[in-house]
Structures are given as structure tokens and as C-alpha cells.
Design a protein around this ligand. Structure first.
Ligand code: PEP
Ligand code: MN
Length: 270
């Protein structure tokens, strides 16, 4: 069925957002908390990331939690904090859209709309997103094949929006030591099948702080176009995903070895 993918090759994959470009030639790092909890914390994280040269700030306002009793996100107030912090810092916002009914408000407040693992096959949502002009960060469904994931992207592309970024976030396997299993082979495989940029989320793939650095370096070593990492100045105090959220200090320590691997990868292409 892969030969039915019509729109993923020959695309001029340069996704311009304000003065930044996401492409095969740039390594994009998206960082920030799992969820937006209040203005002050988000602003502090944003300022720290900015000093480290990071341009993309993540944070969920509408959360898809397994339990209805877990924190569900701040909703529209969270979007307002995100917009305000990004206006004040010049960062680019990334936040998850969980439902068709939120599309207008998400488009108004957020720069890059994330489709989470649980919505990867919500085709009506994907089609609607294909009619917007926002970049879409499309996460891989936790139980979906690469073929299904690429077809999900095709639903967005077919409606006219070519600004799709794929995000490998781990798949369900029999392993219990990690939250999911990072499918590292998905990255070079996608490079053979599609021109879309593909980034890796080591946070949701592993669910463990101690694996963020090695998995991030592994992603760069196989040629991923970027990373999305959950980070916070005080992970133990976060309401969501604290066991996989790394401190800003740990995040900073990752950047230098990451640069080295990216440069080795680039040299290997010459
Ligand atoms: C997230 O990035 O906040 C998230 C919920 O991720 P996923 O959809 O991959 O679980
Ligand atoms: Mn999370």
C-alpha cells in the first residue's frame, strides 16, 4: 500500500515559522514542561531555554490523561499563558490539539499544533488540520505501524497543508522497564519513504529521566531532524510526567555531546 503515498516525496520540506526553519538541514529542539501549570513557571522555563539557544517551547494545555482523576490541563488559560510567554520571549509555541472543537482557538494561540499519539488516527481532525496553514507535529500512534503513520500524515498533506513534522514517541511492546519502546529504526526508514522531517521524543518513549540523554544522542546518530524533550527547573514538583522530565541542568549537559553527534552525522553525508 505504500505506493499509494503520493505526496511525501519531492516536497520542498522547509517549514518556516516566524524566522525559524525546520528542515532536513537544521536540528530542531523543542523543550519545555509536559503541561502548562501557571504563568510564572512557564516563563522561567522559557527564559532558561532561551539562554541555551532553544527556539521552541512545548507545553500542553489540554491533556489526554489515562485517568480522568489526573490533572487535565489548564485549558484556555494555559493557551493564554503560552501565547503571552512566547510573545515576551520570542519563542515558538508547540501544544497539543486534542479535539476538533478546539481548532479555532488552537490556531489563534499556538504556532505548531501537536497531534498526540491517541489521536493519530483521528482522520477528521487530521483533515481539518490539513485545511489550516499551521505546522503540524504528528506523533506516531503507540500501536501504529510506520505505514499507518505515514498515511495519517498523508491525510493532512492531501488537504493542502504540507507543513507536517513527524514525531517518533515510542510504541507499545512487551517490555515493562520503559513506558514505550523507542523505534529508532523508524527514523532512517522514514527517510527512505518520505521527505517529511522526523523528530524523536525520548521522554514519552522511555518514561525515564536516565534514558533521555542516551536516546537523544541515538536519535541524532541516526539522522533525526530534531528532538522533543520534557524539561522543567523542578521536575519533582510537576503535576504530570515528573518521572521522565529532566532538569534544565541535565538538559544543558546534553547539548554539547548532541552537537558533536550532529556534526558527525552531517560529515557522514558528504
Ligand atoms: C505530549 O507530548 O504531551 C504527549 C501527551 O505525548 P504523546 O501523545 O506522545 O503521549
Ligand atoms: Mn508528557
Amino acid at each position: 500500500m505504500l505506493n499509494q503515498l503520493k505526496l511525501q516525496q519531492g516536497l520542498p520540506i522547509e517549514i518556516k515559522i516566524k524566522d525559524r526553519v525546520i528542515s532536513r538541514d537544521n536540528f530542531t529542539i523543542i523543550a519545555g514542561p509536559c503541561t502548562i501549570e501557571n504563568y510564572d513557571d512557564l516563563k522561567e522555563i522559557a527564559l532558561e531555554l532561551k539562554t541555551l539557544g532553544i527556539s521552541f517551547l512545548r507545553g500542553g494545555a489540554f491533556k489526554m490523561r489515562t485517568s480522568p482523576y489526573s490533572f487535565q490541563g489548564l485549558g484556555i488559560i494555559g493557551l493564554e499563558y503560552m501565547q503571552q510567554v512566547c510573545q515576551e520571549t520570542g519563542l515558538i509555541s508547540v501544544s497539543e490539539i486534542v479535539s476538533l472543537e478546539d481548532i479555532d482557538i488552537m490556531v489563534e494561540y499556538i504556532d505548531i499544533l501537536q497531534v498526540g499519539t491517541r489521536n493519530m488516527q483521528n482522520y477528521r481532525l487530521l483533515k481539518k488540520l490539513g485545511k489550516t496553514n499551521k505546522p503540524i507535529l504528528l506523533k506516531r500512534g503507540m500501536s501504529n505501524t510506520i505505514e499507518e503513520w505515514l498515511f495519517a500524515a498523508e491525510h493532512i498533506l492531501a488537504e493542502g497543508n504540507s507543513k507536517v513534522i513527524l514525531c517518533e514517541r515510542g510504541i507499545r511492546t512487551f517490555e515493562t522497564q520503559t513506558r514505550n519502546t523507542l523505534d529508532i529504526s523508524a527514523i532512517p526508514l522514514i527517510h527512505n519513504l518520505s521527505d517529511l522531517p522526523v523528530i524523536v521524543d525520548p521522554s514519552h518513549s522511555s518514561g525515564r529521566k536516565d534514558l533521555i540523554k542516551p536516546l537523544s544522542l541515538a536519535a541524532a546518530a541516526v539522522g533525526a531532524e530534531g528532538l522533543m524533550i520534557e524539561t522543567h527547573f523542578s521536575p519533582t514538583e510537576t503535576k504530570c510526567d515528573s518521572e521522565q522530565t529532566i532538569t534544565i541542568q541535565k538538559f544543558r549537559e546534553l547539548l554539547e555531546p548532541l552537537k558533536q553527534i550532529i556534526s558527525i552525522w552531517k560529515k557522514s553525508l558528504n
